[in-house]
Ligand binder design. Structure first.
Ligand SMILES: *Cc1c(COP(=O)(O)O)cnc(C)c1O
Length: 345
């Protein structure tokens, strides 16, 4: 597969902005920096951040066992996804494939970028219908989004289906692994060498407990990473975010402990929810939330709000009639939820 043929001509021809810190890459504190029109008085953030976030990437590289050249970081996954659109999708010409019910940002980004959305519903077990998907594709289909574990359904897609889609789809397959750390599945980032058209995205927003700093991660071939690097804003990940991420990634055992806790609590919450009489179904989850089917989603949602508990009403999503999405909270929050649900009439 020739990736160059998938890149928009405008992007191929682009001469990227070269920032002061791109042109000089030394790190010595003995240096005198008079190159970037910064205020010289030290306050912790008076200097521009590292445009390539090398320290963050080196920590991630060790944790995830992926070479640094295969990593790009963004201001949340949302920025990473937007860069992917702008690299591969020609406005008013190309299309993307999504598999509803799934994460809403793929469609929003497609709409912002004037890209047509082609959708193929998941099947009744929330698995991709591979043959139908491949039939939907045409020569302008540039991106296929696979969210696994999927939001809002919580399940992981079957390895065989994903592998077939990556092999047979003639564009870029983007696997969104925002919830991978809560699952027992292996990340597809370990398969980058096998699939030149694969992009895997992750985030520090969920399992890593850092939604507030906005740090999204993209793993792909060096070729694709270098394309995305050409179009990203030079200083897209700010200094405070980098410092916080370095701190958290340097104490990875804390993250792992929290993930274990959340997964245990998820399984216990599922058990306790099954005793609530108006909950009809609890879908299996590989993520930090549960999708549950109730008798009347709008009613239950409103009742919970009145009791000070906010969850996500997904009843208007395809295949999610009367479904609510509940994030796993602390032990006390989960208990509060259960008590409240038990008290509802
Ligand atoms: C929460 C979530 C993200 C995370 O987005 P950020 O911009 O990194 O916070 C990405 N994909 C899915 C499916 C999500 O649910």
């Amino acid at each position: 597969m020739n990736i160059q043929n998938l890149i928009r001509p405008t992007i191929k021809a682009l001469k990227p902005y070269s920032s002061a810190r791109d042109e000089f890459q030394g790190n010595s504190s003995a240096m005198v920096f008079l190159d970037a029109n910064e205020n010289p008085f030290e306050n912790g953030v008076n200097r521009y951040p590292d445009p390539q976030q090398r320290t963050v990437k080196s920590l991630l590289s060790k944790i995830k066992d992926i070479p640094q050249q295969n990593i790009l970081l963004g201001n949340g996954s949302d920025e990473v996804l937007d860069l992917i659109f702008r690299a591969f999708c020609e406005p008013n010409q190309d299309n993307i494939i999504t598999l509803p019910p799934t994460y809403g940002m793929y469609s929003v980004l497609a709409n912002i970028n004037a890209i047509e959305i082609k959708s193929t519903l998941l099947d009744n077990n929330f698995q991709p219908k591979v043959d139908d998907i491949l039939k939907t594709v045409n020569e302008n289909s540039k991106l296929l989004f696979l969210c696994t574990p999927n939001n809002p359904t919580g399940n992981s897609f079957k390895t065989k289906s994903i592998e077939r889609l990556i092999k047979e789809f003639k564009g870029i397959v983007v696997i969104d692994e925002a919830y991978i750390d809560f699952s027992n599945e292996e990340s597809w980032a370990s398969r980058l060498k096998d699939f030149p058209n694969l992009i895997v995205t992750q985030t520090l927003s969920k399992a890593y407990g850092m939604a507030g700093i906005r740090l999204g991660i993209c793993y792909s071939s060096e070729e694709i990473i270098s394309v995305l690097n050409r179009i990203k804003p030079p200083y897209n990940v700010n200094e405070l975010t980098q410092l916080k991420a370095i701190d958290r990634l340097s104490n990875i055992e804390n993250v792992q402990g929290e993930i274990k806790r959340i997964v245990l609590d998820r399984n216990q919450l599922a058990q306790e929810l099954s005793a609530i009489n108006f909950i009809e179904k609890i879908y299996p989850s590989d993520a930090n939330f549960l999708l549950v089917k109730v008798d009347d989603a709008n009613l239950r949602y409103q009742q919970l709000i009145k009791n000070g508990i906010v969850i996500r009403n997904r009843t208007n999503q395809a295949l999610c009639d009367n479904c609510l999405r509940i994030t796993i909270g602390t032990f006390a929050e989960n208990e509060n939820l259960i008590m409240t649900l038990k008290s509802l009439k």
